[in-house]
Design a binder for this molecule. Structure first.
Ligand code: CA
Length: 228
């Protein structure tokens, strides 16, 4: 749920804004003093700020400037006078929008929704996509370290996951047990290459649907190969 912080010293207006935004599904917090509002705006995470211009303590101009110094969260400024809007623009505070009192609450809600949608798209486009390996019904999300077999999620231990991922990323290539052991386990670890055999068995129990290996083949006397 999106959280909105309203900083407004006229209680009736703050209540009106809060009621309408809550009816539209937003979580709303209000502060009626500039200094308290500014502290909250900077110390907590909100998805949008609605700032009145004239406030006791610290005014809306200053709050906007301070928020912009730290965050890209959308800011909607509310003012009682039309000429204040020119002032806001002139100061280049980085507010995203302005609305003058009196305004219709539904107009306010529409604007908040539009700014939030735009902001979420912006954040979404900056998120790198997860690194996915997909082969014949097996989907490995390397970033989230999750595995799905024919759409059903299966749990793998760390080494099982690493081994399966390594084989799936290098299909049609035979690896000896020694190679796999060196690759997946610590180079220095004094291990038993039988560990590899045990892990392959565990992985197969989770990914193979029949007794005949569909994915990881045993190449007798050599090692294992992930079938393409
Ligand atoms: Ca005011």
């Amino acid at each position: 749920m999106s959280r909105v912080l309203i900083i407004e010293d006229e209680d009736a207006i703050a209540e009106l804004e809060k009621d309408y935004l809550e009816l539209s599904g937003f979580e709303v917090e209000t502060e009626n003093d500039g200094m308290t509002g500014l502290k909250r705006a900077l110390s907590e995470d909100f998805d949008m700020y609605i700032l009145d211009l004239m406030l006791p303590g610290v005014d809306g101009f200053e709050i906007c400037r301070r928020i912009r110094g730290e965050k890209n969260t959308p800011v909607l400024m509310v003012s009682a006078r039309k000429d204040d809007i020119d002032k806001i623009r002139g100061l280049g505070l980085g507010a995203d929008d302005y609305i003058t009192k009196p305004f219709s609450p539904s107009e306010l809600v529409a604007r908040v929704k539009a700014h939030l949608a735009r902001y979420e798209r912006l954040i979404g486009s900056n998120m790198p996509e997860n690194d996915i390996v997909e082969i014949r019904g097996i989907r490995i999300d390397k970033t989230a370290r999750r595995v799905w077999i024919n759409g059903e999620e299966k749990q793998f231990t760390t080494k099982e996951f690493d081994l399966l991922t390594f084989l799936a990323e290098n299909p049609n290539h035979v690896f000896t047990k020694e190679e796999l052991f060196r690759k997946i386990w610590d180079m220095e670890s004094i291990g038993d290459i039988a560990t590899v055999t045990v892990h392959i068995k565990k992985i197969r129990e989770k990914i193979e649907m029949t007794n005949k290996a569909q994915y990881i083949e045993t190449i007798w006397g050599v090692g294992y190969r992930f079938k393409l």
